[in-house]
Design a binder for this molecule. Structure first.
Ligand code: PLP
Length: 268
């Protein structure tokens, strides 16, 4: 094995350090439990995630020092609870690389989050003849809200198929993405198959949109990455895109989330 000047084997350059399972496990006190004489193995994280010591400490710290109404009180504890809440929102924004903290809405679980989008964005933007695309590897929480929305709005639910190895058939998914598509909702990793979907490729696949204007009326042209379709429409103030002239169009930006936040008292 040859070494580079900085001592990293050539073969390992660009390769991430292996995931240190033991170091991560050590953060989770519940994993020290013995179950029927063996160390606990826990795999149901999508349903209920175990908490590392850092989270348990933060929870105890919060309830013992500053538990109070967030955004709904004017006393000392409420102010520091609100500040802690907003600091956490900022950290989540940075972690997700979201454009603004206005796009971060806390919900109790993923089903509530998806229902929130279905009710707020869906009832606002999805109409008869529109389509919503999901994949054949989705959990119920990412199927039922869309079935109910399509039934209510007269829209159509399209399902991208998987192959015999459990991989998403990307060509078929792309063929389902047309100007009628109002929303694509896809899991990053399937709990049933273990398949990891190429989310970055899928996001790029959707469309490349440009905003332009000839007669002071902004227009958007969207073209699928494969070039299969193009669509042009006038941009109105209530459109779900946040657009700057000449820039790429980002679907479902803060304008959309503002609606979500107005819709739900549960999402904060
Ligand atoms: C794979 C998977 N996705 C989503 C969910 C829904 O999760 P939540 O309870 O956060 O709505 C579950 C719940 O069991 C799940 O197992």
């Amino acid at each position: 094995m040859s070494n580079t000047a900085v001592g990293v084997p050539v073969e390992l350059r660009g390769v991430r350090a292996p995931f240190d399972v033991e170091r991560i496990r050590a953060d989770f006190p519940i994993l020290r439990r013995q179950v029927r004489g063996r160390a606990l193995t826990y795999l149901d994280n999508a349903a209920t995630t175990q908490k590392p010591q850092q989270v348990l400490d933060a929870l105890i710290g919060y309830y013992t020092t500053c538990n109070a109404n967030v955004h709904r009180g004017v006393h000392f504890l409420s102010e520091i609870a609100t500040e802690a809440h907003e600091v956490a929102r900022g950290k989540v924004r940075a972690f997700l690389n979201a454009a603004s903290t206005r796009e971060i809405v806390f919900t109790r679980n993923s089903t509530e989050g998806i229902n929130l989008v279905a009710h707020a964005f869906g009832r606002w933007r999805v109409n008869a003849g529109d389509e919503i695309v999901i994949t054949a590897m989705e959990h119920h929480s990412n199927i039922v809200p869309w079935q109910l929305l399509c039934e209510e709005r007269g829209a159509r639910l399209r399902i991208a198929p998987i192959d015999d190895s459990g991989a998403l058939i990307l060509d078929e998914l792309e063929a389902l993405l047309t100007p009628r598509t109002k929303l694509l909702s896809v899991t990053h990793m399937s709990n049933a198959l273990g398949t990891v979907n190429p989310i970055a490729t899928i996001v790029r696949m959707h469309a490349v949109c440009r905003c332009w204007s000839t007669d002071r009326r902004p227009r958007i042209t969207c073209r699928s990455t494969s070039g299969r379709w193009t669509a042009t429409s006038t941009w109105r103030r209530d459109t779900s895109c946040t657009v700057r002239r000449g820039s790429a169009c980002y679907m479902g930006g803060s304008r959309c989330w503002r609606r979500c936040r107005r819709f739900s008292a549960a999402g904060t």
